[in-house]
Design a protein around this ligand. Structure first.
Ligand SMILES: [Zn+2]
Length: 105
């Protein structure tokens, strides 16, 4: 995911559409001619308005509706992401994040 993409992303929740915050965990630079572009590999996107969080996994930002994140493969993938970065993810997301967290409240 390119850094500039953050400027045009908004929270996909129907009742929200707020601007989002980004916390980058891993990134690398790509050289295009003489310019370098920041490519984000893993990051946490958070919404200051509704409290939802979205993961960037392998360079792809996952912004699915809550009901698709709560089940099956997606839930497993996103839980793995929370486990991997739990030392850097804010406690309020680990406990009681929207749509889910990994720790008991
Ligand atoms: Zn939101």
């Amino acid at each position: 995911m390119k850094m500039w993409l953050m400027d045009i992303l908004a929270c996909p929740a129907e009742d929200c559409r707020s601007k989002l915050n980004l916390e980058i965990y891993t990134q690398h630079e790509i050289k295009i001619d003489n310019d370098s572009v920041t490519e984000i590999d893993e990051a946490l996107v958070t919404c200051p308005k509704c409290g939802r969080w979205y993961p960037v996994i392998d360079g792809i930002v996952c912004m699915l509706p809550d009901e698709q994140r709560l089940e099956g493969k997606q839930r497993i993938e996103e839980t793995k992401f929370l486990e991997k970065w739990k030392g850097r993810i804010p406690t309020e997301i680990l406990k009681g994040g929207k749509p889910f967290g990994i720790q008991e409240e």
